[in-house]
Design a protein around this ligand. Structure first.
Ligand SMILES: C[S@@+](CC[C@H](N)C(=O)[O-])C[C@H]1O[C@@H](n2cnc3c(N)ncnc32)[C@H](O)[C@@H]1O
Length: 390
């Protein structure tokens, strides 16, 4: 039990947790940084901890010090800001990332003293603090969309004697004043790498960013920048970060309720909904790449005769929806219903068939090439682009 800061015990626990996540010890240079930049100094008195039944629930240091301190020195991300949505759902907006995940990002980005780094998503300032400790505070710039978070991050950093540059800006534009960087590392996930990050990184430099899709946030993309505004690299099989928010977007963009949408076409498929939305993260990742903009949710109580469990599909434009239904008995035949301009069940089936025909590739066989015109996603080699399935 940790109910106040016992430096050795807290850090040992954090490093053990990170090592378990990494599968190897935290490299000494980053272990030193974790010792010098105590994580609890970056957490507010109220944090939000995930509870399976209740979503994100508040945890106050004064009222529940045991849980608060356990979270501060555990290996999970700790949510520090939530948006209360109309339906009672609390959407996490910022967190201190999990130490193991932070080290994996740092290992991929591999910054060494002398490098200049831009971080996208300052959050609490913790990650920027680790970087500033290792590289020097002048070498680190971090931006966040939220002015309140930026203020807090600056205060947190100053509290441990560090003053890297922390600015309030939309990270999609990078921070051109500090360019060129040797490394751009994002701690929020993207569906497309903003070209500003490529333009602001020197040739040979690296961009590391968690990946997101409407299907789900998973995977981390590690790019090397080449000349001519091109960056190329592969995905890695970790990462699930909150998304880079678009300040111009009007809302969450998710279709939560498809009940009452009429005019559906019925069909039948042999594709089990668990094959595309179950525990196989490689399958889910591929689906997110191949069927862009397709969102899914399980409905365990569809309230319809003959339907035990339903996988609901919707496009983010809110124009198309579909479902794949399990009747509680047959495992080789599932009813589909789909409606709208996009045939979402067909897209999901086509994406899964392609992925299966390629030998069920894991995340690390996929890659991306980013140019000023956008990005191409590929399998194994840039000459083998992923096909459109819609
Ligand atoms: C997982 S948190 C970052 C954790 C942080 N690096 C730390 O160590 O505490 C993701 C952060 O990305 C920020 N973010 C989201 N969209 C952004 C955008 N468009 N520009 C800049 N920051 C953004 C959020 O406000 C949030 O603070």
């Amino acid at each position: 039990m940790i109910t106040s800061y016992a430096p050795e015990a807290g850090i040992a626990r954090l490093l053990d947790g990170a090592a378990a996540c990494l599968g190897h010890a935290v490299p000494p240079e980053w272990a030193d940084a974790f010792r010098a930049v105590p994580r609890h100094r970056f957490l507010p008195g109220r944090v939000w901890l995930s509870d399976q039944a209740a979503g994100y629930v508040p945890c106050d240091r004064d009222r529940d010090p045991e849980r608060w301190w356990a979270a501060a020195y555990g290996d999970a991300s700790v949510v520090t800001l939530v948006a209360e949505e109309g339906d009672g759902y609390r959407r996490p907006l910022s967190s201190a990332s999990a130490p193991g995940a932070v080290v994996r990002m740092l290992e991929l980005a591999a910054p060494v003293p002398g490098f200049r780094v831009l971080e996208i998503g300052a959050g609490t300032g913790f990650h920027a603090g680790l970087l500033a400790h290792r590289l020097g505070e002048d070498a680190v710039t971090s931006v966040d969309l939220d002015a309140g978070l930026v203020e807090r991050a600056r205060r947190n950093l100053a509290g441990v004697g560090l003053r890297p540059r922390v600015e309030c800006a939309d990270g999609a534009g990078g921070w051109p004043e500090g360019a060129p960087y040797d490394v751009v590392v994002a701690t929020c996930s993207v569906r497309a790498v903003p070209h500003a990050w490529v333009a602001q990184t020197r040739p040979g430099g690296r961009i590391v960013t968690p990946w997101d899709s409407a299907w789900g946030a998973y995977g981390t993309l590690a790019l090397t920048v080449r000349t001519g505004g091109v960056a190329e690299g592969r995905f890695r099989s970790f990462g699930a970060y909150m998304p880079l928010r678009d300040p111009a977007a009007s809302g969450g963009g998710l279709v939560r309720d498809t009940s009452g949408m009429a005019g559906a076409d019925d069909g039948v498929t042999a594709l089990s909904p668990w094959a595309v939305a179950g525990e196989d993260l490689d399958a889910q990742f591929a689906l997110g790449l191949l069927a862009p903009g397709v969102w899914h949710a399980w409905d365990a109580e569809p309230g319809e005769a003959g339907v035990a469990v339903r996988l609901v599909l919707a496009d983010e434009a809110g124009e198309s929806w579909a479902c794949i239904d399990y009747d509680g008995e047959r495992h080789d035949s599932f009813r589909t219903r789909q409606s709208g301009p996009r045939r979402l069940a067909d897209e999901v089936m086509a994406a899964h068939n392609w992925w299966t025909a390629q030998g069920r590739p894991d995340v690390s066989r996929f890659g991306a090439t980013v140019t000023p015109d956008g990005h191409t996603l590929w399998l194994d080699h840039p000459d083998h682009p992923c096909p459109p399935v819609s």
